[in-house]
Design a binder for this molecule. Structure first.
Ligand SMILES: Nc1ncnc2c1ncn2[C@@H]1O[C@H](COP(=O)(O)OP(=O)(O)OP(=O)(O)O)[C@@H](O)[C@H]1O
Length: 268
């Protein structure tokens, strides 16, 4: 079986700091992973490694069967959808005067802005996706005037349209209120249930965002992968308390985890 992601003994060192420390990690096609760790743990660095925006100091990185260093990155990136604060700020700069439908359609070309004629069937597909997400009324609105939650939804539709094999979500619900968060998660859940759904990697600080379709988790601490495997086994009060140096418990409802700080709030 071709692995979607395979990291072997990967280390990233910058100015004597170990950003990533000897990580071994394999993601298979039918696995969706949550990635959790404290601020500065190395989560975004790990994601940037997968798309070739950061180069390892040691070790090998293979993504969608291609070893980085031996592949044309622009071709590889066309197969990867990415939602992050960095992408949002790129879109805000490049698409300030574009309407929402055009921003979604730019996902088809993996470009910022539209430089080519969009085929009619792609426009229809883009509109259908917006409709499926309940935001088609925004289609003709200028992207720059959207609220944070609306922009996040448009980014997801843009990534969805590009039909990626790997979908990377770096804190996609940051700054969203609860209804906007749940709407975005519902769309994500719909994507995960499609035939040929992409493999998803989801970075978050909020475990209640981890949907039942995410069955695996990687815990990062100071650049090290300190735990990885099945969510049900790893996501416990004990492991999170150790990771965060804070007493917490995990409560499960409807197959979703919720964080409960232990009342004393004592540091462990
Ligand atoms: N080019 C660089 N040179 C030196 N240090 C860097 C560089 N890029 C990132 N770092 C450091 O690497 C560490 C990991 O950063 P990263 O952005 O991956 O963390 P994160 O887990 O995504 O954090 P957050 O949850 O706050 O977004 C941080 O301490 C950061 O300051």
């Amino acid at each position: 079986m071709t692995h979607v992601v395979r990291l072997e003994q990967v280390t990233v060192k910058r100015q004597n700091n170990l950003l990533i420390d000897q990580i071994d990690w394999t993601v298979d096609r039918d696995q969706n992973w949550a990635i959790v760790g404290r601020n500065g743990a190395g989560k975004t660095t790990l994601l940037k490694l997968l798309t070739g925006y950061i180069w390892p100091s040691k070790g090998s990185v293979t993504v969608l069967g291609e070893t980085l260093g031996k592949v044309e990155l622009s071709e590889l990136r066309k197969k990867i959808g990415w939602i992050s604060a960095a992408l949002l700020s790129e879109l805000e700069q490049s698409s300030a005067s574009s309407n929402v439908l055009d921003v979604v359609c730019s996902g088809y070309f993996a470009s910022f802005g539209l430089w080519k004629e969009v085929p009619t069937h792609i426009r229809i597909q883009a509109f259908d996706l917006l409709e499926q997400m309940g935001i088609s009324s925004l289609a003709q609105r200028n992207f720059s005037v959207l609220s944070q939650g609306q922009k996040q939804g448009v980014m997801l539709a843009r990534a969805w349209l590009s039909n990626p094999e790997l979908l990377i979500l770096d804190e996609p619900c940051a700054g969203l209120d609860v209804p906007a968060r749940e709407a975005l998660l519902q769309s994500l859940s719909a994507i995960s249930q499609q035939k040929d759904a992409p493999t998803m990697l989801y970075v978050t600080h909020h475990i209640e965002e981890i949907l039942p379709s995410f069955q695996y988790i990687a815990l990062l601490d100071q650049g090290k992968l300190v735990a990885q495997g099945l969510l049900a086994e790893i996501l416990t009060g004990a492991t999170l308390s150790k990771l965060w140096h804070l007493s917490v418990d995990v409560l499960w409802r409807e197959n979703r985890p919720f964080l409960i700080p232990v009342p004393t709030g004592q540091k462990i």
